[in-house]
Design a protein around this ligand. Structure first.
Ligand code: G3P
Ligand code: CA
Length: 244
């Protein structure tokens, strides 16, 4: 059965990549959350989408130039028209505490596409091991070097290539690098590339599936993970289609 992961938490209704959104995702029964991870200036693992904090906090700064204390002083909760209270953006450690508490799974997107954040893969793995979370997490990145570095460090941790372009033969590309999953932009999935991925034994975890017809298609394709901004609606449709 296709698992439903809440994209950046539960970002249709709550400020993205906040503990509030992650808790709400758990409350509605999502199997997992999708999060974006960066490194601060002092080497701490933190959760936010963009490299620059302005869109989600109103403060114009790069995460890589902020200390953890400076990052924690930002307000990630108050971007939706003052609808929500102050909330500091989370660290990865705080998210892991929630995963342990709720049993939720997590797709970590390592945001090393603009700034490479040297050593970020080892830091994430060490923290996963501290919390015993190797089997609850899938690692992905648009930076495929990052994915391969992670796979080399931890062959037993599931990894996936994030991809927005319409790759030719994505199955062999993925399998030949010992990577188990492919994370496509949902619209690029067609009969040909789904068959190609399946023929190579690759799991398909697609994003971001918000439209009802797309949700039904994702269930028909039997994706392993469907990443959505609307987990509640998707769970209802899955219940209707799959009975659970
Ligand atoms: O991980 C899937 C998706 O989140 C990738 O794109 O830009 O939303 O991080 P983006
Ligand atoms: Ca992401």
């Amino acid at each position: 059965m296709t698992k439903i992961y809440a994209h950046r938490g539960y970002s249709e209704k709550y400020p993205e990549n906040t503990m509030l959104a992650f808790r709400k995702a758990a409350e509605v029964g999502a199997e997992g959350i999708e999060i974006d991870v960066h490194l601060t200036k002092d080497g701490e693992l933190v959760v936010m989408h963009d490299e620059n904090t302005v869109r989600t906090t109103g403060t114009n700064a790069l995460i890589k130039d902020l200390t953890l204390a400076e990052f924690k002083a930002l307000d990630a909760g108050n971007v939706k028209n003052g609808e929500f209270e102050f909330e500091a953006p989370p660290t990865l450690r705080e998210v892991f505490e929630l995963l342990v508490e709720t049993g939720m799974e997590c797709n970590i997107e390592i945001k090393s596409g603009v700034f490479e954040y040297p050593g970020i893969e080892r830091k994430i793995l060490n923290l996963m091991d501290e919390f015993g979370l190797r089997d609850k997490i899938v690692i992905s990145s648009f930076n495929h070097y990052t994915v391969c570095r992670f796979k080399e460090l931890a062959p037993d941790v599931k990894c996936g290539f994030l991809e927005e372009s319409w790759l030719i033969h994505p199955g062999a590309y993925t399998r030949n690098r010992g990577v188990e999953c492919f994370h496509p932009f949902f619209n690029m999935l067609n009969h040909e590339n789904v068959q190609d991925l399946r023929n190579n034994g690759i799991e398909i975890n697609a994003w971001t599936i918000n439209d009802e017809e797309d949700m039904r298609k994702a269930l028909r394709l039997q994706l392993e993970i469907a990443i959505t901004n609307c987990p509640e609606r998707f769970l209802e449709i899955r219940k209707e289609v799959c009975g659970k």
